[in-house]
Design a protein around this ligand. Structure first.
Ligand code: ZN
Length: 108
């Protein structure tokens, strides 16, 4: 799957805060592991930044998990092999995060 296709797919997703659709220019691809892609998107309307994991299989609609934490992403990217289900499981397990991305990012 081409990066451009992933980006174009992301424009069909709406910002969870204000409902604005993401724009291609606001999608940054962080990396991928086989069918699992990691993206960072920012909303052009409200500037909310969001981390996204998308499972992309040839000929199928991608399955997207949004609102990942940086720690989750990091964990996923270091794993050797994992399935979409594992990502979704871990995501729901770690859902207690307070969602304060600006604090997270400013620690870098
Ligand atoms: Zn927004």
């Amino acid at each position: 799957m081409e990066e451009n296709l992933i980006k174009r797919f992301m424009t069909s997703i709406k910002c969870s805060v204000c409902g604005q659709r993401y724009e291609v220019d606001n999608v940054k691809i962080l990396g991928h592991q086989e069918d699992l892609w990691f993206l960072s998107v920012s909303c052009s309307a409200c500037q909310t930044q969001c981390l996204v994991a998308a499972v992309v299989k040839e000929g199928r609609m991608p399955k997207v998990t949004t609102d990942l934490t940086e720690a989750e992403l990091d964990k996923f990217m270091k794993m050797d092999k994992l399935t979409a289900d594992e990502v979704l499981d871990m995501h729901s397990f770690l859902k207690g995060f307070d969602g304060d991305f600006s604090r997270l990012f400013s620690q870098k």
